[in-house]
Unconditional design. Structure first.
Length: 70
């Protein structure tokens, strides 16, 4: 499944900073815009995987997983 997210990026002095609008806590900084976008992509992927692992660890016996599309 492919999802699309919105990266907010801006130059701040010598660095580029950015964050993912839809996912709190996913933010990065880099020396170039391209490097920032790559780093945001990796960080977002890792955050989603960690959230998924946490959710499954917290689930009680007999849970079901359902896909939700917005």
């Amino acid at each position: 499944m492919t999802n699309t997210y919105t990266a907010i990026v801006q130059q701040d002095g010598k660095f580029w900073i950015g964050w993912i609008e839809e996912i709190p806590g996913v933010n990065c900084q880099a020396e170039s815009r391209d490097e920032l976008l790559e780093t945001l992509q990796v960080t977002l992927s890792e955050a989603i995987q960690l959230n998924r692992e946490f959710a499954l660890r917290e689930a009680r016996e007999g849970y079901q997983e359902e896909k939700v599309t917005v």
